[in-house]
Design a protein around this ligand. Structure first.
Ligand SMILES: Cc1cc2nc3c(=O)[nH]c(=O)nc-3n(C[C@H](O)[C@H](O)[C@H](O)COP(=O)(O)OP(=O)(O)OC[C@H]3O[C@@H](n4cnc5c(N)ncnc54)[C@H](O)[C@@H]3O)c2cc1C
Ligand code: FES
Length: 286
């Protein structure tokens, strides 16, 4: 479809929220690299989610942890999560295989609001997960998409084929960066974003990844006067705004976020990129 005929819409989507546990069977378990795995399952409610919304995943006998939806299929409810095994729960989850069962609550929270015009999408490592279903939506409404994916090394650059499939037919540019130079440009992804912002006028920036990276993107966006939406991570228990474990300033990331816009981020700039609550509720440095 020619770009001038694409729908130019930034009407905020409505975000479905369902706090009821469903047991789902894993129908696909794909290893992305030695520590990252994508699990596919069928769940009608997840099929109604918007990009950026998250689910609470129950690993029986271990824990329940929040995960972004890395794929959302509204017609069949086929959804996926992409898990980086960094601690007890995420490593236990990554031992699951096709045919195993997990519990799902959600979707929860406010996701991304797709914008038209010239948009930049910046992901760090598995932070790219919620940005992929977003990019699928952006491909229908944006004039141009500049997608930047950064990681420490080539092994940690995930979803490369999927990015290619989503963006091959639309006006877009894809830039990969690695810190060790094993693929793409050797630099931090934020440095590339800065170069782009100096040359082009963008209408919206979307980001997800390590919080220091997102904080740097927020500062750049403020300097260049571009609105930004960032998906934050905090410790989550209830996921419905009751327990306070995900508090940042006056906001609760599970309910007000996880996607926060520039205005919300300005209101929590004393904590964003600097502090979070630990499992006991104590404020600790990030
Ligand atoms: C809204 C939301 C969406 C999320 N989406 C995803 C997702 O799509 N994929 C995903 O893999 N995780 C995602 N997370 C993070 C995830 O929920 C867990 O925090 C993470 O898997 C670690 O849990 P754990 O219990 O295994 O490790 P923990 O015991 O909590 O931590 C073990 C060690 O790993 C470190 N660590 C914790 N989290 C991370 C992290 N994200 N990256 C690197 N080191 C970390 C800790 O500092 C600690 O040293 C999301 C979190 C939120 C709040
Ligand atoms: S996780 Fe309980 S208030 Fe957000």
């Amino acid at each position: 479809m020619p770009h001038n005929l694409r729908e130019r819409s930034s009407v905020p989507p409505s975000f479905v929220s369902v706090n009821r546990m469903r047991i789902v069977e894993i129908v696909g378990a794909q290893k992305e690299n030695p520590t990252i795995k994508t699990f596919t399952f069928v769940d009608k409610l997840c099929g109604k989610a918007e990009p950026g919304q998250f689910v609470m995943v129950w690993i029986p006998g271990v824990d329940e942890i929040p995960m972004s939806l890395s794929a959302i299929n509204s017609s069949g409810g086929l959804s996926s999560i992409t898990v980086n095994g960094v601690g007890e729960a995420s490593r236990a989850l990554n031992k699951k295989e096709r045919g195993d069962q997990i519990g799902i609550r959600g979707p929860f929270g406010n996701g991304f609001v797709p914008a038209g015009g010239n948009v930049m999408v910046v992901g760090g490592g598995t932070g790219l997960s919620p940005l992929l279903p977003l990019t699928e939506k952006l491909a229908k409404v944006a004039d141009k998409i500049t997608l930047m994916s950064g990681a420490k090394c080539r092994d940690n650059l995930v979803f490369m084929d999927r990015i290619d499939r989503i963006l091959s037919e639309v006006n877009s540019e894809t830039i990969f960066t690695t810190e060790d130079g094993s693929y793409g440009i050797e630099c931090l992804v934020v440095d590339q974003a800065e170069q782009k912002l100096k040359k082009e006028k963008f209408d919206m920036i979307y980001t997800c990844g390590p919080e220091q990276m997102m904080y740097s993107m927020f500062i750049l966006a403020e300097q260049h006067n571009v609105p930004l939406q960032a998906s934050l991570e905090r410790i989550m228990r209830c996921a419905i705004g009751l327990c306070g474990s995900c508090q940042i300033g006056k906001l609760r990331v599970c309910k007000d976020g996880p996607v926060l816009n520039s205005e919300q981020l300005r209101s929590v700039k004393e904590e964003f990129g600097k502090f979070q609550l630990d499992f006991t509720g104590k404020r600790i440095k990030l």
